[in-house]
Design a protein around this ligand. Structure first.
Ligand SMILES: Cc1cc2nc3c(=O)[nH]c(=O)nc-3n(C[C@H](O)[C@H](O)[C@H](O)COP(=O)(O)O)c2cc1C
Length: 184
């Protein structure tokens, strides 16, 4: 394969990966940190539970994100899970031109780490960085969860096919499978 052909093949693989990934529904989170007296944060969907004993999760952060270096230097972060009422926040925390407005309003509190926690977030996971792994363009940050917080009804924001949507739930959720109780 020539280098031109290899470049085209790599671009096609990347485009088809992105196209297929648009079909993977995810929750929407704000990953926040606090370093040298300043708050930083960005929208993230690459957030995954790793272990409950001890409580551990991971987030994947693009090395070009302005929060990347402050988060790694501070060694702390909070994963704030958004509700359907937070669409304005999701846009602000993903658009570079709105960066200066990210913490402009809403109520932010601190738990243990010192990272900003959204007071009316669906859930907050306050973390200390346990380990980092560099993969391609991103850093996988594994966090030890030092505190959690939940608020309000379970009305999550969902990101699918490039859009922020609400989880469809007529008359509440009726899960076929519950992590704690198994198949119901
Ligand atoms: C729905 C959605 C999910 C995103 N998920 C991630 C993610 O998991 N990791 C990441 O590094 N960037 C993610 N981004 C992109 C960042 O939010 C975006 O690049 C942000 O502007 C970076 O912050 P900065 O402007 O301070 O550099 C996502 C964006 C959107 C809209």
């Amino acid at each position: 394969m020539t280098s031109d052909a290899a470049t085209i093949a790599a671009a096609e693989a990347s485009a088809s990966f992105k196209h297929a990934m648009r079909r993977l529904a995810s929750g929407v989170c704000l990953v926040t940190t606090h370093e040298s007296g300043l708050d930083h944060g960005f929208v993230a969907s690459a957030v995954t539970s790793v272990s409950a004993e001890p409580p551990t999760l991971l987030v994947c952060i693009n090395r070009t994100a302005t929060s990347h270096d402050p988060l790694l230097r501070a060694g702390i972060f909070c994963v704030n899970v958004l509700t359907q009422a937070h669409e304005d926040l999701a846009r602000r925390f993903s658009r570079p031109e709105d960066r200066h407005l990210r913490f402009a309003d809403r109520n932010w509190i601190r738990l243990i780490s010192g990272a900003p926690v959204l007071e009316d977030g669906l859930a907050g996971f306050d973390c200390q960085v346990e380990r980092t792994v560099s993969v391609a363009t991103h850093t996988i940050v594994i966090g030890h969860v030092v505190a959690t917080r939940t608020a309000g009804p379970v009305e999550p924001m969902v990101y699918i096919d490039g859009r922020f949507t609400a989880a469809a739930s007529r008359g509440g959720f009726h899960p076929a499978f519950d992590f704690d109780r198994g198949w119901g």
